[in-house]
Design a protein around this ligand. Structure first.
Ligand code: ADP
Length: 175
């Protein structure tokens, strides 16, 4: 049985991620879709929120398990018995980053192989950061994320907007 992990920050997931997870699950016996659980000040969603989006996205895929991890990625792979690490490629410059990361990981663990899966062309321009920027500027994101992620994004952005508004008010009052 070949187990693979698909690690990342997934803040939040979009259809490009879901596409890679489901296609990888057709190649391997079991796919562990894993969120890197490390405190990071630039993250928009908590680990629990990100896990919940992922679980909803793959509830119809019996060989995909969603998990969080906070160790070295190759260590996590070993812990869950995975021999393969899946990464998605969108554009050519993704290759440079993934190539370097794969070599660094191989340097840490000879026994874990990185396998890159090419994105579907319709998702080649989608990334979590572009998604958040578009949403923040009021752009249309419906084609990029499942409805539950879209509504969570609007809600979070509204909260952040209120926070930003409060801060501006405080500064003005102090001045
Ligand atoms: P990172 O792990 O670099 O912070 P993400 O968590 O967003 O980035 O992405 C995790 C994995 O998903 C990476 O391998 C990334 O290349 C891949 N990925 C991101 N967006 C897409 C997409 N639109 N199509 C295919 N793969 C993607």
């Amino acid at each position: 049985m070949i187990i693979a992990i698909y690690p990342g920050s997934f803040d939040p997931i979009h259809y490009g991620h879901i596409d890679i997870a489901k296609r990888a699950a057709r190649i391997f016996d079991k796919l562990i879709w894993a969120v890197y659980d490390r405190p990071h000040k630039n993250l928009m969603f908590t680990t629990e929120e990100r896990l919940s989006f992922m679980r909803q996205a793959v509830q119809d895929a019996p060989n995909i398990e969603v998990m969080a991890y906070d160790s070295l990625t190759v260590e996590f792979a070993r812990q869950v018995g995975a021999r393969v690490m899946v990464r998605g490629l969108r554009v050519t410059f993704d290759f440079d980053v993934e190539y370097q990361t794969a070599l660094a990981n191989r340097n840490q663990a000879e026994d874990i192989e990185t396998v890159c899966v090419f994105t579907s062309s319709k998702y080649a321009f989608v990334s979590s950061s572009i998604l958040k920027e578009l949403a923040d500027a009021g752009g249309r994101i419906t084609e990029m994320v499942p409805p539950y992620v879209e509504s969570a994004l609007w809600k979070r952005l509204a909260q952040l907007g209120e926070d930003r508004g409060d801060k501006i008010k405080q500064v003005t009052l102090q001045e």
